[in-house]
Design a binder for this molecule. Structure first.
Ligand SMILES: Cc1ncc(COP(=O)(O)OP(=O)(O)O)c(N)n1
Ligand SMILES: Cc1ncsc1CCOP(=O)(O)O
Ligand SMILES: [Mg+2]
Length: 490
């Protein structure tokens, strides 16, 4: 659970100062970050996890070690603090040489070490500072005692761009307040924000190890804070999902696999990066509607993402190929920077050429098994299905999800048989794949769709309710809110 308690935005020059990859004729600047943290011999946390996650996200990571732990998946056996003078030497070495986009602190086990860090940060000002106030390991071992609390509160937190405490750390920083519910996490985030950091992210225990590192990598690439948090959450969710079946060490909580996206799922020889929850608010663009409202595909996509769309499909039936390809490439860039998947309707060629995340095909489009062989194992494939038989075939052919409908009558797709809520429920109950409902769905009836309440139904796909509208942003926000509320009711 994440509670973003910060309310001030980053400085206007945030994006230009945290440069993403820039290419000139001979120089390519790679996003680079520094982690100041403890070494974990089990490599599940600390410096080792930071190095792996940055490598997995295409970011160069330098490391300053504050302490060395003897640690495995069962717990922390012992901790050896490095002399503050030597921590300072490491800091000077790297800060005087590299141009870091972001610096992140993890385990800072003594006030002396925090002092040398602060001293070096004043000598070598950094562009952005992420503070993960590490105090307790996953196994419950104390990694920084209460002696550091006052220097954290008084001197480190006020200069941080974001702090990422877990609930125990948030509670310690706030003098031991109880934090058990989401509401209490929100209140804690607000109180911590008053201590001076620009943003506060209070994490629950499931995801607490990796989130701060991930933020570091995404911020270094130039993402806004909110996008960085979204990408981090998506990455952690996917990595946890991938890692749940792998065994590393004999302890209760093994590390997760940062390089999951490079690996094949042994069951299906497919990568498991698709997150079915992304189907929650599926925005499908329409060329005629964009033309009618005089907006580009790119503007339509930007507004939908800003409004809360969780996946995008470009369904541009009338677009010229070359123009469509260029627009699709721009949309891929936008979607990627927000951690939102982009699929192309029908056009496998366009999907391949713009490196989209996948395609959506119907029963009379290219057969799914052929689409899979053309796109390879890593891309997302959605298939339209009106019946349990079609849903079963989609699963056999290697699809990732099915779109089922039209649930209600629609003017967007001609001659499309309506299956109603009963038809949708039948397909959902039979399907081995996650389902998104489509057809005539909007703010007024989205709740009735979600109320069919079958575990496979993950969300709604919508065209006219978002795009045949004057303001895509407002409509998407409204639908998002409606869906969120329906989640609480179900
Ligand atoms: C999410 C989603 N579900 C269904 C469809 C319809 O696809 P298809 O049956 O191929 O019809 P066209 O969209 O190509 O007219 C979809 N596009 N998206
Ligand atoms: C593409 C498609 N497939 C089944 S219904 C439909 C149209 C959905 O459009 P709208 O959301 O405007 O009803
Ligand atoms: Mg189609």
């Amino acid at each position: 659970m994440y509670s973003l308690g910060g309310i001030r935005s980053l400085p206007a020059n945030w994006r230009s100062t945290t440069a993403s990859m820039t290419t000139t004729e001979s120089v390519r600047k790679v996003p680079q970050v520094l982690t100041v943290a403890g070494s974990d011999s089990g490599a599940g946390a600390g410096i080792q996890a930071d190095l792996k996650v940055c490598a997995a996200r295409g970011v160069y990571c330098a490391s300053v070690i504050t302490a060395v732990t003897a640690q495995n998946t069962r717990g922390v056996q012992s901790v050896h603090l490095l002399p503050p003078e030597f921590v300072s030497e490491q800091l000077k070495s790297v800060l005087s040489d590299f141009e870091f986009d972001v610096v992140k602190t993890g385990m800072l086990p003594s006030t002396e070490i925090v002092e040398v860090l602060l001293q070096n940060l004043s000598e070598f000002p950094v562009r952005a500072l992420v503070v993960d106030p590490v105090m307790v390991s996953t196994s419950g071992h104390v990694l920084a005692g209460s002696s550091v609390l006052s220097i954290f509160r008084e001197r480190l937190l006020p200069i941080a761009d974001i702090i990422t405490p877990n609930v125990k750390e948030a509670s310690a920083l706030l003098g031991g307040v109880k934090i058990e519910t989401v509401e209490e996490m929100r209140s804690a985030a607000k109180l911590l924000h008053e201590m001076g950091p620009r943003f506060v992210l209070v994490k629950d225990f499931k995801t607490f190890v990796e989130c701060g590192t991930l933020l570091l990598a995404e911020l270094a690439k130039g993402s806004s804070m909110l996008s960085a948090v979204k990408v981090a959450k998506r990455f952690v969710d996917n990595a946890l999902d991938y890692s749940k079946d792998i065994v590393i060490g004999t302890g209760k909580q093994g590390p997760f696999d940062h390089f999951f996206s490079l690996k094949k799922d042994p069951q299906s020889s497919r990568c498991s990066i698709f997150n079915p929850d992304d189907l929650f608010l599926y925005a499908v663009t329409d060329s005629r509607m964009n033309k009618k409202w005089n907006r580009s595909i790119v503007d339509a996509v930007k507004a939908a993402i800003e409004g809360g769309a969780t996946i995008i499909q470009l369904r541009e039936k009338e677009a010229e190929t070359r123009e469509f390809l260029e627009e699709a490439k721009s949309c891929v860039g936008i979607c990627r920077s927000h951690g939102v998947c982009l699929l192309i309707n029908d056009r496998i060629d366009i999907a391949l050429a713009c490196d989209a995340d996948g395609v959506h095909v119907g029963q009379s489009d290219m057969p799914v098994d052929l689409v899979r062989s053309l796109l390879g194992p890593d891309k997302i494939i959605g298939v339209s299905c009106k019946t349990p038989e079609q849903a079963h075939q989609a699963w056999k052919d290697g699809a990732d999800y099915i779109g089922s409908g039209g649930v209600f009558p629609t003017n967007t797709k001609a001659n499309n048989r309506t299956i109603g809520l009963d038809g949708l429920k039948t397909v959902c109950e039979a399907s081995q794949l996650p389902v998104v409902a489509i057809g005539g769905i909007g703010i007024s009836n989205a709740v009735s769709v979600m109320q069919i309440n079958t575990p496979n139904l993950k969300g709604v796909a919508v065209v006219s309710a978002l795009f045949d509208q004057e303001c895509v942003l407002t409509q998407t926000k409204k639908l998002h809110k409606t869906l969120e509320e329906s989640k609480k009711e179900v």
